[in-house]
Structures are given as C-alpha cells and as structure tokens.
Write a protein that binds this ligand. Structure first.
Ligand SMILES: C[S@@+](CC[C@H](N)C(=O)[O-])C[C@H]1O[C@@H](n2cnc3c(N)ncnc32)[C@H](O)[C@@H]1O
Length: 227
C-alpha cells in the first residue's frame, strides 16, 4: 500500500495521479521510445526498461532541471536527455559520477567516467549533459552543482548510487521544486544497500517530504518531493 499523501492533496486526486502514471507507462510501452530505450538499456544500463521510460517521461514533463547522482556508464542519463530533448525546453541535466571500475556481469567498465562520456556521445546527447566527476558529498561537487542550479530549480532528481539517499536529499533538497519528480533505485531487492535506503525513504514519506507514486522495475521507488 502507498502511504497517505500530503493532506492538501485529496486522496482521490492522488489516486488519479498514481493511476495516470501507470497508464502513461503503458502507453510508452507501445510507442517507438520503448525500442529506443530498450537499445539503451541493453547497451549501457542496469535499470529496468520501465524505469528508463519513467525517467524519460519525468524529464520530458518536469518543470525544471535534472539532477542525477550515479549514472554509471550513462543509461539513465541518456533516458533523461531524450526526455529533455523531446520536451522542447532548455532544461539543464547535471550528472554526478564518482568513477572507478566495475566488473558487472553484463556491462563491465574499466573506466566508468571515460565510458560514460563515450556513451553519451554514441547516443547523441553529450552536448545536453553536464558531467561532474566526483562523489555527490564532496565539497567541490556541491559547489559546482550550486553554481549551476538555484533554489527550487530541479524538476527531476534521480539517485542510483549508494545506500545514503538521505545525505544527498539533505544536501540538495533546497534546490528541488515543490512536486519535483524523484527516482530512487534499490528501494526493494536483494542488494545490501536496499535495507538502509528503504528505511530512509520510508522515514521521509512519513515526514511528508516524499510522496510515493509506486515501485517499478526491479525495486525502484518513484514519487515526488514536497517542499
Ligand atoms: C548502480 S550504478 C548506476 C546505474 C545507472 N544509473 C544505470 O542507468 O545503469 C551506481 C553508480 O553510482 C556511482 N556512485 C556511487 N556512489 C556515488 C556518489 N556518492 N556520488 C556519485 N557517484 C556515486 C558508482 O560509481 C556507480 O557508477
């Protein structure tokens, strides 16, 4: 069950919004974007196709910029960049990647940051994304982000990094618009990071800062930020 939303939003309107999102995803599954994002998913993403479709959708409809923590070699970033491009708007996409290497069974990388840049070029979106090579919690990353994004300007926040989403929400939450779309991977699932991350998300939902819209793919939490 999804928890009760903010009291200002009636239960009926909230239920309609949640169902509308499910319906929208169903529509995308029958459109050309599904094939494009399946190609991206196979080549460069760990995320489920439905989550890539939702990131695409949120980037397209969001009233504001995109902040991403943890692109790895670019799948989620490319989905967001397609959405921004197809929105016709001039939204910024800022993506923060620590780098390093990973022996992933399907999409390994010996140099994550180099592969990320290469894949953004390959899918034709490198011009629309500003990459930051560093950890989200480092001083240099924080000041770079704050130079590019102002208070209330973020319309989509995606977090697919470690098990401490609370740290980054505490750090960057003031940059989010009311109703900013939020995508948090590993809310459910076998990954060890799921347990602490889930507790953090549940606490923020209870506090009314996050409003859940559903769980998609392999355990990705999707919802909105409330100011
Ligand atoms: C699960 S992968 C991301 C997968 C990607 N979103 C996709 O579509 O396939 C997690 C990535 O987050 C990066 N990472 C982990 N903690 C981070 C942090 N605090 N700041 C920035 N990047 C981080 C890792 O280097 C790794 O590349």
């Amino acid at each position: 069950m999804l928890s009760q939303p903010d009291s200002a939003l009636s239960n009926a309107a909230y239920a309609d919004d949640v169902i509308d999102l499910m319906y929208k995803l169903m529509e995308y599954r029958n459109q050309e974007i599904r094939h494009r994002l399946e190609k991206v998913g196979r080549a460069v993403s760990m995320l489920h196709r439905d989550v890539l479709l939702l990131i695409y959708h949120f980037a397209k409809v969001a009233q504001g910029d995109v902040l991403e923590i943890g692109p790895y070699i670019g799948g989620s970033t490319i989905a967001a960049a397609f959405g921004v491009r197809e929105s016709g708007g001039a939204k910024k996409i800022i993506s923060v990647e620590a780098g390093g290497r990973l022996k992933h069974f399907r999409i390994p990388s010996r140099n994550i940051f180099i592969d990320l840049k290469k894949n953004l070029r390959r899918f034709g979106v490198s011009e629309s994304v500003t990459l930051i090579n560093g950890y989200s919690f480092e001083g240099t990353t924080i000041s770079a982000i704050r130079q590019m994004l102002g208070h209330g300007e973020v319309g989509l926040f995606t977090f697919d990094a470690d098990n401490d989403v609370r740290r980054d929400l505490d750090c960057y939450g003031d940059l989010f618009a009311d109703g900013c779309w939020v995508v948090i991977d590993d809310y459910c699932g076998p990954a060890a990071k799921a347990t602490p991350l889930r507790a953090q998300v549940d606490e923020l939902v209870s506090a009314g800062r996050l409003v859940p819209f559903g769980y998609y793919g392999w355990g990705t939490w999707v919802g909105q930020w409330r100011v």
